[in-house]
Design a protein around this ligand. Structure first.
Ligand code: FEO
Length: 399
C-alpha cells in the first residue's frame, strides 16, 4: 500500500494485513486488519504518528524512504502492532525523538529496548508546534486499552489521531468508512474484545474527545471516520451502563442433554420476549460471543460435567466472560452430569469480576426430564422478572 494524502501535508501511511487471522494468539480476525500510521509535515518539523506491526516494518520504511528527516515520532500506545517499527525508524533517523506519555516511555523501554534519551514525554493537554500553523495537542486517554494510551489532535485540520480508540480490525483499501454496517460490526467486535473491560474510563475519554471540534477520526486500525459522530455515538451506546433485554448462552454439549436444555431455554426466553444469542463453544468465533456480551443483560452458561468438574470449554467461556467484564447484571448455569457435579460452584468461582446476581441454576442427572424442563421455564421467568425489576425492560417496552 502506498501512502495517501488526507489533507495537504497530512498523509495516511502504514500497512494492510489482509491475511492475518489471529491477534494476541486469541482474537479472531475474520477480516484481517491494518496498522495505520500518519505523517504530518509542518513548516519546521515532520512528525510520524505511530508505526506498524514488526512483520510489516518493510512496508512502512519503504513509504518513508523519501522523507529526509523525521523530527518526532508520536507513540500513542506501546503495543507492538503500533510501536514495533519504532527501533527501525529511530535507527534511520538518529535525531528523531519519541513523543509519548511517561507511562508509554517506560513500556517502550521495557518492550522494545528504546534508549531513555530518545524520549520526550508529554502531559495531558501539552502542545507541539510544527510551524506553518500545524500544532499537535496531546490528549491523554488512558485504558484504551492499556494504561499509557493517548490521542493526538491536529487543530489546523481538525483531525484526531486515536490509535486503538475507535479502531476496527478491517483490511480495506478504503481510506474512509464506505460501508457503515460493516465497520460498525468490526468496531464493535474490537471494542468488545479489548475495550469493554475499561468502559467506565472510556466514558470519560469520550467526554474529552467530544469537547474537540473534529472533522476526521484517524484510528490506527481500519478506515478513518469522515463522520466522527458515527463512531462516537456507537461507543456511547456500548459504554451505556444499562444492558438490553438480551440473554447470551455460550454452551457445549457432550451427548446432547445440555443441548436439549439450552434449546428448551431459548424457546422459553423467546416466548417471554427476551432476545437470545447462542454460541456453541467448540466451534464459535469468540469475537461474535464478545459482541453479544456488549449489550446483554444476562449470561447463562450451558455447562456439562466432565470428571465431576465443569467441561473445559465451558470453563473457558466463563473465564473469557469474566475478563471481558461485560455489563451483564444476572448469570446462571444449566447443564447435565453423569453421576456427580461441582459445575455450579466452579463456574461461580470463575466469574468474580462480574458483579452479577446468580439466578437459580438448572443441573440435571443424565437426560433432562419433565421436571428439568419445568425448572428451565422457571429460570426463564426469573430472567424476565430480573430484567423488569432492574429496569432492563422499561415500562413502555412490550414484553
Ligand atoms: Fe492495536 Fe492495542 O494495539
Amino acid at each position: 500500500m502506498l501512502k495517501r494524502e488526507i489533507r495537504k501535508n497530512v498523509m495516511m501511511m502504514g500497512a494492510v494485513d489482509w491475511d492475518r487471522r489471529l491477534f494476541d494468539s486469541l482474537i479472531p480476525l475474520p477480516d484481517g486488519t491494518s496498522y495505520n500510521a500518519y505523517l504530518v509535515t509542518g513548516k519546521d518539523k515532520t512528525v510520524l504518528l505511530d508505526t506498524v506491526d514488526p512483520a510489516m516494518t518493510g512496508v512502512l520504511m519503504d513509504q518513508l524512504q523519501e522523507i529526509d528527516k523525521i523530527d518526532y515520532l508520536v507513540s500513542h500506545h506501546a503495543e507492538q502492532d503500533h510501536s514495533g517499527s519504532i527501533p527501525a525508524v529511530l535507527e534511520k533517523h538518529p535525531q528523531c525523538r519519541v513523543v509519548c506519555t511517561p507511562k508509554c516511555r517506560d513500556m517502550l523501554m521495557d518492550h522494545l529496548g528504546v534508549d531513555s534519551d530518545r524520549f520526550i514525554t508529554v502531559e495531558d493537554g501539552d502542545t507541539m508546534d510544527l510551524g506553518g500553523g500545524y500544532q499537535l495537542k496531546f490528549i491523554h486517554t488512558p485504558w484504551v486499552h492499556w494504561p499509557e494510551t493517548m490521542c493526538t489532535y491536529l487543530e489546523k485540520e481538525r483531525i484526531l489521531f486515536s490509535c486503538d480508540f475507535f479502531g476496527s480490525h478491517l483490511a480495506t483499501t478504503d481510506m474512509y468508512v464506505t460501508d457503515p454496517g460493516r465497520v460498525y460490526e468490526a468496531a464493535k467486535r474490537y471494542y468488545a474484545e479489548i475495550m469493554m473491560p475499561f468502559r467506565k474510563v472510556i466514558t470519560r475519554n469520550l467526554d474529552k474527545v467530544e469537547a474537540l471540534d473534529i472533522d476526521i477520526i484517524a484510528p490506527s486500525h481500519g478506515p478513518m471516520y469522515g463522520d466522527p459522530q458515527f463512531i462516537i455515538d456507537a461507543y456511547r451506546e456500548w459504554v451505556d451502563p444499562m444492558p438490553k433485554n438480551q440473554v447470551v448462552i455460550p454452551y457445549v454439549s457432550m451427548h446432547g442433554s445440555t443441548e436439549m436444555m439450552v434449546k428448551h431455554l431459548i424457546s422459553a426466553l423467546a416466548q417471554r420476549g427476551i432476545s437470545v444469542s447462542l454460541f456453541e463453544l467448540s466451534s464459535t468465533d469468540i469475537g461474535k460471543l464478545a459482541i453479544a456480551l456488549v449489550d446483554a443483560g444476562t449470561l447463562i452458561l450451558g455447562a456439562p460435567t466432565v470428571h465431576v468438574g465443569v467441561h473445559p470449554l465451558a470453563h473457558y467461556g466463563a473465564y473469557l466472560a469474566n475478563i471481558l467484564r461485560p455489563k451483564i447484571r444476572f448469570a446462571s448455569v444449566v447443564g447435565s452430569y453423569g453421576w456427580n457435579s461441582n459445575a455450579v460452584e466452579q463456574v461461580a468461582g470463575l466469574i468474580p469480576w462480574l458483579k452479577v446476581e446468580i439466578l437459580d441454576p438448572v443441573i440435571c442427572k443424565g437426560r433432562p426430564e419433565e421436571e428439568d424442563f419445568q425448572a428451565l421455564d422457571r429460570l426463564a421467568d426469573q430472567v424476565l422478572d430480573a430484567h423488569k425489576k432492574s429496569g432492563i425492560i422499561r415500562e413502555m417496552q412490550k414484553v
